[in-house]
Design a binder for this molecule. Structure first.
Ligand SMILES: NC(=O)c1ccc[n+]([C@@H]2O[C@H](COP(=O)([O-])OP(=O)(O)OC[C@H]3O[C@@H](n4cnc5c(N)ncnc54)[C@H](OP(=O)(O)O)[C@@H]3O)[C@@H](O)[C@H]2O)c1
Length: 315
């Protein structure tokens, strides 16, 4: 049977945090969950963008509740400060959607000096998840969904230079960060199960979806060749609303299970179905190494101590 927006069960009483909620898949995900009655916290890079999205959602949606949070994932200290606000305001979190992302910019570094895609796409989302874990653990059956990409299948983790300091290749770095997303989701799932925590961790990828991801990348690189390539490829792309379905399924379908990944039926496009995880994400030693190194890089910038404690307690 085809899984669509209509398949989402009621989200009344559920509190959801979506990163990158002002644009593309994040916006459509927030809207679909609001339409089903959720309280949605819109995590956006600036308050101005968050407020603009709130207004647009209010104009187009008449259920659910909207809250906004300014969160710049390129600065771990700002991530820490932003998340403190959630912990003060909310007693539980039912769903975290690690969605925000940046694709193939020229070599850029985060505030803490990490390659931007590794920092925004992977490291900050890992920090955010571990910091929010105590709040997520308060709600049995809660979920964490991490948004990856078909680029995971081309990805390779360079454990010797995770921060991308040497020989930067913008597409390899993007693929690495998207493979890291899947590895994180899988490793988190394993650790949650080992700690007997009733939280599911899944990943999802949208195929090719018409969002701001491509135009932002073109603008940052000033590449007219890529602009033409995207124009020629346009018929292969599906709408952002369709692209958001795999993450919505992973987030809400009662039959979706921890450790699974969802993506479009025909890889680039189509209604969502369970999909193959990149073989290199199945290497548990590499996942363990990525986890340890990432924890080290997060360091004291984000207080993940309580999340780490929860995951190390065997019940
Ligand atoms: N569209 C596709 O075909 C496709 C394919 C595979 C995977 N994906 C994945 O889907 C996810 C969503 O992307 P999208 O396609 O919806 O692209 P999008 O329309 O460009 O949305 C990306 C979102 O991430 C936010 N973001 C970027 N850098 C940030 C930062 N430093 N701090 C906070 N937020 C930041 C953006 O904020 P601003 O608006 O402020 O930039 C925006 O809200 C990404 O993880 C992407 O890798 C997309």
């Amino acid at each position: 049977m085809t899984w669509s927006i209509n398949s989402i069960p009621s989200q009344e009483g559920r509190t959801v945090f979506v990163t990158g909620a002002n644009s593309g898949l994040g916006f459509d995900t927030a809207q679909a969950l609001l339409e089903k009655g959720a309280t949605v916290i819109l995590g956006c890079r600036t308050l101005e963008k968050a407020e603009r999205s709130r207004q647009k959602l209010l104009d187009e949606t008449d259920c659910g509740k909207i809250d906004v949070l300014e969160i710049d994932l390129a600065d771990l200290e700002k991530v820490n400060e932003a998340l403190d606000k959630i912990a003060v305001k909310y007693k539980k979190l039912d769903l975290l959607i690690n969605n925000a992302g940046v694709m193939a910019p020229p070599q850029t570094f985060s505030k803490q000096g990490f390659e931007l895609q590794f920092a925004v796409n992977h490291l900050s989302h890992m920090a955010l998840t571990l910091k929010l874990l105590p709040l997520i653990a308060k709600q049995p059956g809660s979920r964490v969904v991490t948004v990856s990409s078909g680029a995971q299948y081309m990805g390779k983790i360079n454990l010797d230079d995770l921060q991308g300091g040497e020989g930067y290749d913008r597409w390899s770095s993007y693929s690495q960060s998207k493979l890291a997303n899947v590895m994180f989701a899988l490793e988190l799932s394993k650790r949650l199960q080992q700690s007997n925590l009733d939280i599911a961790s899944l990943s999802a990828h949208p195929g090719l979806a018409r969002t701001n991801l491509q135009s932002t990348s073109v603008k940052l690189n000033g590449s007219w060749q890529e602009a033409i390539a995207y124009k020629l490829m346009d018929p292969m792309f599906q709408s952002s609303r369709m692209g958001a379905l795999p993450q919505l399924l992973a987030a809400t379908d009662p039959t979706a299970k921890t450790g699974e990944q969802y993506g479009p039926r025909f890889n680039f496009r189509g209604y969502p179905k369970i999909c193959r995880i990149a073989p290199s994400a199945l290497n548990s030693d590499e996942r363990e190494q990525l986890w340890q190194l990432s924890e080290k890089l997060i360091g004291d910038a984000v207080d993940i101590s309580k999340g780490k404690e929860l995951l190390s307690t065997k019940k």
